[in-house]
Design a protein around this ligand. Structure first.
Ligand SMILES: O=c1[nH]c(=O)c2ncn([C@@H]3O[C@H](COP(=O)(O)OP(=O)(O)OP(=O)(O)O)[C@@H](O)[C@H]3O)c2[nH]1
Ligand SMILES: [Mg+2]
Length: 744
């Protein structure tokens, strides 16, 4: 592989294309510059040179300036000479300075001398008597549809666009006409140009000059402004002034203005009116200018946009349109028959179709040519097309795919968010109804009834908003907004609005406290418990007396409201004993010695006959205590009352017992104490189950299905226990009390 060359043929091709393009652009720019140089008017240059030379003494700066001007003039003339050598017929248009009369064709010596001001003749030559521009198409503001008079916007100075070489020559022709200069015989200068896509040079047509234009029918000479026809709708190749009959224009009444298109009548503007009366020698009808294409600058659209050119910038759209329609559709200009108007064959059904080079359509006949009409239909701009000319291709493709969407193919920008309807709007599917906040609250606090009292939540519609009410005794619902509902879960709110209260439970028994908390937690809530261990003396007496004394002492010790609890286990057979003294009994006796889950006790008699005796704890509560009576003999004696709480009832006809719980509430020191009792009936049975809480193993409640308290789990016991029943009464009291206090 050669060094420095790309191994990628695609890259190499791209580079070659790029180089080719750059070269072409460079040549195009060069060509444009040369074109501008060729058409440059050197009179100002020569005038300044003469002025400088006429001075007796030149300063250094003036000398430099003179040299620069001379050098510049020499360069311009050199370029012009070169061009004239290739296009001799263009000599007069190229050399038109005062100092270069020698270079001009005979008969043109006086040209430009009359103008005085040169150039474009000043204001008086710009405007006609009625103050309108003689040639509005030269105005940079000219638009065939929107500004046919070329009037500058308010506050803006009038500016002329830079003419193309061809137009320059026309311009000169026009000025010649204006100056009443008799034109020499021969082809008009304007016919020397040839339209071409390639603007690299100024091609001049070969062959004979075009014939003289046909006579123009006379029109109203007092027409204030006549615009050249916009469209020549004759067959291609037959431009104006090609010997074809020029169709007469419809008569125009006084005050006729371009653009006043009468309905149902094709608009055919009259030919350009010149100051010189038509028909006089020297009069040459101005050839029609090509109509301005939408978004195209005036005049021809050069294929290559020269950034250095002072010509109005041509838009891309204009270039595309010119290339696709205008330039491609321009007829060949045989021999240069003056400026050609774009030919439209497809625009009118009465006109012959434009010949297609691909299909080798025959050339239009004379009849077709004769039937050609000039159309001045306004050029309608497709603004939408213009605006979207630069839309990226990818977007266009998507837009082109849009009809598919109409056929049902839709893009859901939020998949999963839901179905869309025919209009693409999301269909709001009904969500499954959940309990919602209201439902949750109602599940917790109940659903308040309309007129009754009690606590509950119910929906209330007010002002379209979901509200909730708490039905209380007053039957006056508390209405709150959704925002307040959101804060209902706070304990403070619950305590305040649902009569939640708390109390201090004075006890030294952890098992008691645990059960109280569990019972309250399993209930309908609303009561918080804190515990305090206070060593208070327990008096003797009935359960009530003991409970009252205990609570009173606790309240006084604490100096505040409190709750105490006292438990009694009352054996029926013993007249209610141990009752409130069960704690001491339990402490002394404990549980029974034998229990069903213990291994059989093997007793061995050490005296003759030494018969081993196996004793099992089943059967009647017979407990035998083996005592040594002699040194060689052991005796089995009943255990009797000597051991175990459950053995207290041995020999008694009933084992029935009552578990009694008494809660005592003191509102405070010195206040009356309230008692709340709960009872659970059962039997004293041999101990079964865990032994961690008092006499639970030996108490079998009647509702327990034969189980002892100890054999039940916490939940089971707390539903039927003496403590639960007493506590429930206390809760109801405290909540009612709180409600009443809250109400007050
Ligand atoms: O098996 C049991 N199941 C129970 O449900 C239960 N409740 C109380 N007890 C026991 O009965 C005596 C009560 O005496 P008691 O009321 O004076 O209680 P206490 O002194 O332990 O505490 P407190 O007085 O500080 O509250 C104490 O030995 C408690 O252990 C229970 N035993
Ligand atoms: Mg106690």
């Amino acid at each position: 592989m050669a060094k420095g060359k790309s191994s990628n043929p695609a890259d190499a091709f791209r580079k070659a294309q790029r180089a080719k393009e750059l070269k072409k652009n460079k040549e195009a720019r060069k060509s444009v510059r040369e074109t501008q140089t060729i058409k440059r008017d050197t009179r100002d240059l020569e005038s300044e040179i003469r002025s400088l030379k006429s001075r007796p003494k030149l300063a250094a700066a003036d000398k430099t300036r003179l040299e620069s001007l001379e050098s510049e003039l020499e360069y311009v003339n050199k370029v012009k000479e070169k061009y004239v050598a290739e296009h001799p017929e263009a000599r007069d248009r190229v050399f038109r300075t005062h100092g270069d009369k020698s270079r001009r064709l005979p008969g043109h010596e006086d040209e430009d001398d009359e103008g005085g001001g040169g150039g474009r003749g000043g204001d008086k030559r710009l405007y006609d008597e009625s103050g309108r521009l003689r040639d509005p198409t030269r105005s940079v503001y000219y638009d065939a549809v929107y500004n046919p008079f070329g009037v500058p916007p308010p506050g803006m100075p009038y500016k002329e666009r830079t003419p193309e070489p061809v137009e320059e020559s026309e311009e000169e022709d026009d000025s010649d006409d204006d100056d009443d200069i008799v034109m020499p015989e021969g082809p008009p200068p304007g016919s020397s140009d040839e339209e071409s896509d390639d603007s690299d040079d100024i091609p001049l047509p070969e062959g004979p000059p075009p014939p003289k234009p046909p006579p123009i029918p006379s029109g109203p000479s007092n027409a204030p402004f006549m615009r050249p026809p916009l469209h020549f709708t004759g067959p291609p190749g037959q431009g104006m002034g090609m010997g074809q009959p020029f169709l007469p224009f419809p008569p125009s009444g006084p005050g006729f203005r371009p653009g006043m298109h009468q309905p149902g009548m094709p608009f055919r503007p009259p030919p350009q009116m010149q100051q010189q009366p038509m028909g006089q020698p020297g009069f040459r009808p101005r050839p029609p200018r090509p109509p301005r294409q939408p978004n195209m600058p005036h005049g021809k659209a050069p294929v290559v946009q020269d950034p250095l050119s002072d010509a109005p910038t041509q838009t891309y759209q204009g270039y595309r349109i010119a290339k696709a329609e205008g330039v491609a559709g321009l007829p060949a200009r045989p021999g240069g028959g003056g400026d050609s108007a774009p030919v439209s064959g497809a625009g009118s059904p009465s006109l012959p179709a434009k010949p297609d080079s691909k299909t080798n359509s025959p050339a239009p006949s004379a009849a077709q040519i004769a039937a050609a009409t000039i159309s001045a239909a306004p050029v309608l701009r497709d603004l939408r097309k213009e605006a979207t000319a630069f839309v990226p291709r990818g977007v266009k493709r998507k837009a082109a795919a849009a009809p598919g969407a109409a056929a049902g193919v839709r893009v859901n920008a939020a998949p999963g968010a839901g179905e869309v309807d025919a209009d693409g709007d999301e269909l709001r599917s009904k969500r499954e109804d959940g309990p919602g906040l209201l439902g949750v609250l109602q599940g917790v606090f109940g659903e308040g009834t309309g007129a009754g009292t009690g606590t509950g939540i119910r929906q209330n519609t007010k002002g379209g908003q979901l509200s909730a009410g708490v039905v209380q005794e007053s039957s006056r619902p508390f209405v709150c907004s959704n925002l307040i509902l959101a804060s209902i879960s706070s304990p403070h709110f619950l305590a305040a609005f649902f009569n939640m209260t708390s109390f201090v439970f004075v006890t030294g028994n952890a098992n008691k406290l645990r059960e109280v908390q569990a019972i309250l937690a399993a209930g309908d809530g609303g009561i918080k418990v804190t515990s305090q261990a206070v060593d208070v003396p327990e008096v003797q007496g009935s359960t009530q007396e003991v409970a009252l004394a205990k609570c009173k002492a606790a309240a006084e010790a604490l100096g505040t409201a409190c709750v105490t609890e006292d438990t009694a286990l009352c054996f029926e057979a013993l007249g209610g004993l141990p009752g409130p003294y069960i704690k001491d009994f339990l402490a002394k006796l404990g549980h029974e010695v034998l229990s069903s889950n213990q291994s059989p006790l093997c007793l061995v008699c050490t005296s003759p006959p030494y018969i081993p005796v196996l004793l099992y704890p089943s059967g009647p509560p017979v407990a035998l205590v083996m005592t040594r009576s002699t040194h060689s003999q052991y005796m089995l004696t009943p255990a009797s009352l000597s051991s175990g709480l459950n053995t207290l009832l041995t020999g008694f006809p009933t084992t029935r017992a009552t578990a009694l719980c008494t809660f005592a509430y003191s509102p405070g020191p010195g206040s009356a104490v309230l008692l709340f009792e709960g009872r659970t009936e059962g039997h004293i049975v041999p101990a079964r189950g865990p032994t961690h809480f008092g006499w639970d193993p030996v108490f079998a409640p009647e509702e327990g299905g034969g189980k002892t308290y100890a054999e039940m789990d916490g939940g089971e016991k707390n539903k039927i226990s003496h403590r639960y029943r007493a506590l429930e009464k206390l809760r109801v009291y405290l909540q009612d009390k709180a409600r009443k206090e809250g109400k007050a």
